[in-house]
Write a protein that binds this ligand. Structure first.
Ligand SMILES: Cc1cc2nc3c(=O)[nH]c(=O)nc-3n(C[C@H](O)[C@H](O)[C@H](O)COP(=O)(O)OP(=O)(O)OC[C@H]3O[C@@H](n4cnc5c(N)ncnc54)[C@H](O)[C@@H]3O)c2cc1C
Length: 279
């Protein structure tokens, strides 16, 4: 039988944060619900009250400015991000990863923030946001804190978020705005599917940044390397840093192999894009 829970839909941030402070871990917030309700149905999540954030206008904001960068509110859906002109103009890696997440219908509900808070090793936004130095803005009734994404996700489906906190938004700073980028994702089927392994890469000012998902408990960010580095050097660095496992979807060896394939493919793609742009 489905676990029973109460439903609460606050109309403002103040109301939501006050409610969370009072209820603590008995309350669980959600936006799209595409992870949370699957978990409730599976018996993995058993919240006392689910708190629907979609009635809070302040969390729906998606904006760009050339000082802060891109600000993605908690209730911004993946399709809203994909339709936002500055996302594809300044952060093509983010756009490419968003297009790989599930189906059009699901992307109408699923949010970027929900994806990050779920912290699944195969989540599609972890690695691109790592390459772009994404930051997470956490809010509670006691105030705000801003944490780099690399410190926010700490393990498989684990983050530093406290029960009384919400993620208000994710910020993608201007540092890497305009960087050419690409995202490669291995799936078991041609249609939509969770990633078996995926690689995000950006190239900017003669440097490349690469991050790998589904090959360790958390997405792995490689150190910045010169864009002129031999492919093998980048592949060797990735292999040194990942720790893929065998599971029902893939072997450890195949994951490691595909990381190398994707690194080579992305480096070639970004180099030819550079040559075309300068021709
Ligand atoms: C059929 C199907 C296919 C899928 N395919 C993919 C795929 O290809 N790639 C992929 O990466 N994912 C996939 N997913 C997983 C899911 O759709 C994504 O992770 C999605 O981005 C989650 O967003 P959401 O808004 O629905 O999250 P929700 O379910 O609303 O929330 C997810 C988690 O985050 C917490 N949370 C949400 N918002 C906040 C907030 N503002 N502050 C604090 N905590 C918060 C919730 O409590 C919950 O624990 C799939 C899911 C389904 C059902």
């Amino acid at each position: 039988m489905l676990h029973e829970f109460a439903y609460h839909r606050p109309a403002s941030l103040e109301e939501a944060l006050g409610f969370l402070k009072e209820k603590g871990s008995a309350a669980t917030v959600f936006a799209g619900g595409t992870d949370l309700f699957v978990n409730i149905r599976a018996g993995v999540a058993k919240p006392g009250t689910v708190v629907d954030l979609k009635g809070i206008p302040a969390l729906r904001t998606l904006s760009w400015d050339d000082r802060e960068g891109l600000s993605i509110g908690a209730c911004v859906t993946v399709n809203e991000l994909l339709q936002h002109p500055e996302t594809s103009r300044y952060y093509p890696v983010l756009h490419a990863a968003g297009e790989e997440l599930a189906t059009y219908q699901l992307r109408n509900r699923a949010t970027v923030v929900g994806n990050i808070v779920t912290a699944s090793p195969c989540g599609d936004f972890g690695s691109p946001l790592l390459t772009l130095s994404g930051e997470v803005v956490l809010l509670s009734a006691d105030g705000e804190r801003r944490v780099p994404l690399r410190d926010f996700i700490t393990g498989v489906k684990k983050t530093i978020i406290k029960p009384e906190e919400i993620v208000a938004r994710v910020i993608v700073p201007v540092t890497w705005a305009g960087a050419a980028g690409g995202y490669e994702k291995l799936k078991r089927i041609k249609g939509h599917d969770l990633g078996v392994v995926s690689v995000a890469m950006i190239r900017h000012n003669g440097a490349i940044r690469c991050a790998v998902s589904s090959a360790a408990p958390t997405p792995v960010l490689l150190p910045d390397m010169p864009a002129s580095s031999p492919v093998k050097e980048v592949q060797d660095k990735a292999q040194e840093m990942i720790s893929p496992i065998d599971d029902v979807r893939c072997t450890r060896e195949y994951r490691a192999f595909m990381v190398n394939v994707f690194i080579e493919r992305l480096m070639k793609h970004l180099e030819s894009a550079r040559q075309e742009a300068s021709a």
